[in-house]
Design a protein around this ligand. Structure first.
Ligand code: BMA
Length: 831
């Protein structure tokens, strides 16, 4: 196969409505060099024609782009060799969104779904020498509004109502954490392919036997083109690169071979084992000539979603079982990492997903308001041990289901399931985000709901289910997130979004345990981003939380559509902390509250992963891992890639061992273990009074049962509010720490910890406290890769925090109750 990427020579311009389309393409004026793959916004930014939409209030000044039509044009050369091929195709991997394509003046395609790749046979339209390819992108807003006028206005949460009619990433219309940026352009590669025969699709659904002793790898290869006497060579290589098995078959439209792997090296989610990957190579040959080849990486794992009775409770469990081991799915929700999608490099994907892995996460939910992610995203998830909960791209809306819409969704679903189904990380397909919830809120679902008003139910319960069951029968299809039978709020079956905290009644975050679900696929608490990001993304005069620009960079809205982020944040601050005196303290306070909320959530949800027969809560996915621009949001990593304190809290709560302490009448202490083995452990408990003086210490030994919670015998409590620290040791190594300071924090006068900080070398700092201290936060003004941060220290305790990238940086230190930040000069001590 000869393949040309048609990525050069492109120019773009805004459509001039007074000219005919032909004249507009021919005019010399107004053209700008264009990047393909890419979007208009990216090029206008690169060529200085618009200001950075993410800076200050600039978002408002770039809205015209989404309201205009855009022309793209290029010329490319076709050789006689290309034309001699039996088949010549143009392949558009993705067009954003409403696009008409002209080749040498002939219309060859009309596309209206950014998630559907298109292949067109163009042999008869091509000529030797120069050929012209032209694209016209209509305004998604205009088109959506036309469709809305035709079919009716539909309820949505977030963004313009018309979005539900346009198969474009829904967050481009603005969300409660993102600006409006209606991009347009060929956002994925464009290729010209000339061939006799090529590989169209390879499908290899690994099936590990229940006893885990062997795996079957049935390989199905679909070929396209003219098949004569070509041969398919199919090879399976082990994780060590050695050939495991090999077969050759005569090429036919659909070929199958079956490999059996004895004693497969099993793939486990992060934290539960390794991620060995096998390689499947498929080569199409005519004699010695290689016509085409494809390569897949495959993990050997047996995965099921188990919905069984929960001992002594109503409803059913919802847990992922990998290689016969129940998994506590600790992780996060993913939104696209930018609005200008082509700017996200492979390295950026790697950094972000590695941050998730390093936070001991094992599951990422690709949320339905974004995109089916780039191939590299799933490759990384396979490699890093991150299971993927994959939504279809519908979010927070009452979607239509008329015939042409369903046909488009069908094409989209088939293309995306085929593209992604070989990934070991794909653990579940899910119909949508919160569409059952919005349906319930408008009386179209749930108890007493009139489901005849829920048009898209047929998409979620019939269309997508059929596509998944046909194309990827080994993976569970789940109609929505949340979804749990007749009422999306019960929490007794399926998955649940817990928003009673933050949204709804704004319950205190200390109450997460009252709002659990069998699998909590969303919950979150907002906070400000880092100081460095604020300083970079708004003018200095606006560096205060009440400024117009700061509010503009806080997109949360209430039920009336008005901004309510600051208001809700203020309530959570006021309930727990004393007020802030400046921006730095505001950032610290909001981030501390977010971290505390996440401590309660993860700790109390994981606590309910109680062992065989009682996996009462088996998943906790924070809303949200990442951000797509500079904003106050629920993200735990801001768009400058700086993790917030909540990131480190979650990392601790999801580590193989975590300790929980809770004051009821006694002091309740438990340990959650994600180890498949039983461990003998020692637990030290230390108590201090509010003056920071030591009161008592006790030690217990405890046998930690595998992969579940173990309770430690309760301690009787003194009546006065005490500060408690727990330390869990296995083989004399500290494997988990926890502390409990009396709440609400605002009532208590905690003693000055007399913190001492020493630079040991350019990647480690020693911190020593003379008195107990909570929430010690080191801010180096950039993402420096701290191994730990936002820590609590006992009196007299010293800890070393490390970051590879500290050299030459000033570090700011804050803690709960600190008067002001302490600066640590970038001196190298003890090097
Ligand atoms: C969730 C998500 C998003 C939203 C978030 C915060 O339920 O699905 O729609 O951004 O809440 O409000």
């Amino acid at each position: 196969m000869i393949e040309h990427l048609l990525h050069s020579g492109w120019t773009l311009k805004a459509r001039t409505p007074s000219l005919s389309l032909q004249a507009d393409f021919q005019t010399q004026e107004g053209w700008t060099p264009a990047t393909v793959p890419g979007t208009v916004q990216w090029d206008l930014l690169k060529t200085g024609q618009i200001d950075d939409p993410f800076y200050g209030l600039n978002e408002k000044t770039v809205q015209w782009i989404g309201e205009d039509e855009w022309l793209y044009s290029t010329e490319f050369t076709v050789t006689s060799a290309d034309l001699q091929a039996e088949h010549v195709e143009l392949h558009f991997e993705g067009l954003d969104t409403l696009c008409t394509v002209w080749l040498n003046g002939q219309q060859i395609l009309v596309s209206d779904n950014m998630f559907v790749p298109r292949t067109i046979n163009v042999k008869s339209c091509l000529q030797e020498g120069l050929n012209t390819l032209q694209l016209v992108f209509e305004s998604p807003l205009e088109k959506g509004r036309e469709l809305e006028a035709q079919h009716g206005r539909r309820p949505v949460w977030n963004g313009d109502h018309s979005r539900v009619y346009v198969r474009k990433a829904q967050y481009h219309y603005g969300w409660d954490w993102g600006p409006v940026l209606l991009t347009a352009g060929p956002w994925k590669p464009i290729r010209l392919r000339a061939f006799t025969a090529r590989i169209d699709d390879v499908y290899a659904p690994v099936e590990v036997t229940p006893d885990l002793h062997s795996a079957l790898v049935p390989v199905q290869v679909q070929l396209a083109g003219t098949l004569t006497d070509q041969i398919l060579h199919i090879t399976l290589l082990g994780p060590d690169g050695q050939v495991v098995q090999q077969q050759q078959v005569q090429a036919s439209e659909s070929s199958q071979v079956l490999f059996q792997v004895d004693a497969p090296e099993l793939w486990f989610p992060n934290g539960y084992g390794k991620q060995p990957l096998y390689t499947l190579q498929v080569r199409l040959q005519a004699g010695n000539e290689v016509l085409d080849q494809k390569q897949l990486r495959l993990g050997m794992r047996r995965l099921r979603v188990v919905q069984e009775a929960v001992l002594g409770e109503s409803g059913r469990s919802f847990y992922f079982e990998v290689n016969n081991q129940p998994i506590f799915s600790g992780g996060a929700n993913w939104i696209p990492d930018d609005l200008i999608l082509n700017r996200i490099s492979d390295e950026q994907y790697r950094r972000r997903l590695t941050q998730a892995k390093d936070a001991n996460m094992n599951m990422i939910r690709v949320w339905g308001g974004g995109i089916y992610e780039a191939d590299v995203f799933y490759d990384l998830c396979d490699e890093l041990g991150l299971l993927v909960w994959q939504d279809f791209m519908f979010g927070c809306g009452m979607y239509p289901a008329h015939e042409s819409f369903r046909a488009s969704v069908q094409q989209e679903a088939e293309a995306q399931v085929k593209r992604l189904r070989n990934h070991t990380s794909i653990a579940l397909w899910c119909g949508n985000n919160e569409d059952y919830q919005i349906a319930q809120s408008v009386g179209a679902y749930g108890p007493g709901g009139d489901e005849s008003k829920f048009d898209a139910k047929v998409i979620y319960e019939v269309l997508l289910r059929e596509v998944c069951e046909r194309l990827d029968p080994g993976t569970l299809y789940w109609p929505g997130s949340p979804y749990g039978g007749d009422d999306v709020y019960t929490g007794l079956t399926g998955d649940r979004h817990t928003w009673e905290i933050w949204h709804a009644q704004m319950a205190p975050y200390q109450e997460y345990k009252n709002f659990e679900g069998r699998f909590v696929s969303e919950f979150g608490m907002m906070s400000a981003p880092s100081l460095a990001l604020i300083q970079q993304s708004m003018p200095e005069a606006e560096w205060f939380p009440e400024s117009q620009t700061f509010v503009h960079h806080t997109k949360a809205t209430g039920p009336n559509g008005k901004p309510d982020g600051a208001r809700r944040l203020a309530v959570y601050q006021a309930e727990n902390l004393r007020g802030h005196r400046n921006l730095e303290e505001y950032i610290y306070n909001t981030q501390l509250v977010q971290a505390e909320a996440m401590r309660y959530a993860y700790r109390d949800f994981r606590k309910r992963f109680e062992g065989p027969g009682k996996y009462a809560v088996s998943g906790a996915l924070v809303w949200q891992l990442n951000d797509c621009w500079p904003v106050s949001s629920w993200a735990i990593i801001d768009s400058l890639e700086i993790p917030k304190p909540a990131y480190f809290t979650i990392k601790r709560e999801l580590s193989t061992f975590s300790v929980g302490i809770q004051k009821t009448r006694d002091l309740e202490v438990w340990v959650s273990s994600g180890s498949f083995k039983t461990h003998e452990a020692t637990l030290h408990l230390h108590a201090y009074n509010l003056q920071g003086e030591w009161v008592s210490s006790t030690t217990r030994t405890v046998t930690l049962l595998p992969n579940r919670r173990t309770d430690v015998e309760a301690w009787q409590l003194d009546t006065s509010p005490l500060i408690h620290f727990a330390e869990l040791l296995i083989d004399d190594q500290v494997v988990a720490r926890s502390s409990e300071f009396p709440e609400p924090y605002k009532y208590f006068h905690f003693a000055d910890p007399q913190l001492q900080l020493e630079y040991l070398n350019d990647h480690s700092i020693r911190i020593t406290a003379q008195k107990p201290v909570k929430g010690v936060w080191l801010d180096a003004g950039a993402s420096v890769g701290w191994n730990d941060n936002f820590i609590d220290l006992r009196a007299g305790e010293s800890r070393v925090l490390e970051a590879p990238d500290l050299a030459g940086r000033t570090v700011q230190v804050r803690y709960l109750g600190a008067d002001q930040a302490t600066q640590v000069k970038p001196a190298v001590v003890g090097a």
